[in-house]
Ligand binder design. Structure first.
Ligand code: ADP
Length: 240
């Protein structure tokens, strides 16, 4: 069955890249990839390639922005000009500002910022290659980089999207599914409590479809969390 754009995204229960509806793309993660950052991580997730670097905690300047009770947390998401098919104009735009904002808010839920008065913790997420789901990949890399920097946190943040493609609820949409599918639902959670700290939606879902997609995305994020834990252990040489 073809969708309204004439593109067949599902055939015989399989997706364009051969995945089953509830299957994640291949994910690899590595910590400690940047020498000059306080902590860093590199994540390959399908065709996405994302690096995250943490700087801080360090004293916040200008001084009038300092908060004597807690550190400021700033996550800055950037899509590199060469990361997408058509060259992207360098620098921030509305989309990257929105993703930076929601990522910062998600991470503020886990970082113990009160331990660092008057400080700032800056997290830079650089998307080197994009193929849909980059806000989820970015957040996953960001929390891994924070752990690598030894920033005290309640838990990690793990993220994954689900969505609707040709009438079916599927996990972890890739570019073609994001472009031509019916809906995309990126979700980030604090895994230990399965508490949702980011939830956005593109397109339309019925109440039942929304429930199904949300559960699927949360379960996807739990799988992502297992890979994060392995990467942290490997980064520490198995010493944790
Ligand atoms: P996410 O990457 O979190 O899914 P979007 O849904 O906004 O966020 O974007 C989906 C995909 O569309 C991106 O991963 C990227 O591949 C592509 N994309 C986003 N912005 C641009 C852009 N300015 N130019 C070309 N492609 C883009």
């Amino acid at each position: 069955m073809k969708n309204t754009n004439g593109i067949e995204l599902m055939k015989d229960g399989k997706r364009l890249d051969g995945r089953k509806p509830d299957e994640l793309r291949k994910i690899t993660m590595k910590t400690g990839v940047l020498k000059r950052a306080s902590g860093s991580a590199y994540v390959e997730w399908g065709k996405n390639k994302v690096v995250a670097g943490v700087y801080g905690p360090r004293q916040l300047h200008p001084k009038f922005m300092q908060n004597p009770t807690r550190a400021m947390v700033r996550c800055i998401y950037n899509l590199a000009p060469f990361s997408v098919d058509d060259r992207k104009k360098p620098g921030p735009d509305r989309r990257s500002m929105e993703i930076s904002k929601v990522s910062t808010e998600a991470l503020e839920n886990v970082i113990l910022a009160e331990k660092f008065p008057n400080a700032t913790i800056d997290i830079f997420v650089e998307v080197l290659q994009a193929d849909a789901g980059t806000r989820c990949v970015g957040l996953t890399a960001a929390s891994l980089a924070l752990a690598d920097a030894g920033i005290p946190m309640k838990d990690m943040v793990a993220a994954c999207a689900a969505g609707k493609v040709q009438g079916q609820i599927v996990l972890d949409l890739m570019k073609e599914e994001d472009n031509f599918g019916e809906s995309d639902l990126p979700v980030a959670v604090i895994p230990r409590r399965k508490e949702v700290v980011l939830l956005q939606m593109d397109g339309k879902l019925s109440r039942e479809e929304f429930s199904k997609a949300l559960n699927l995305a949360v379960e996807g994020a739990m799988q992502v969390y297992e890979i994060q834990k392995k990467a942290i252990l490997e980064g520490a040489g198995g010493r944790i």
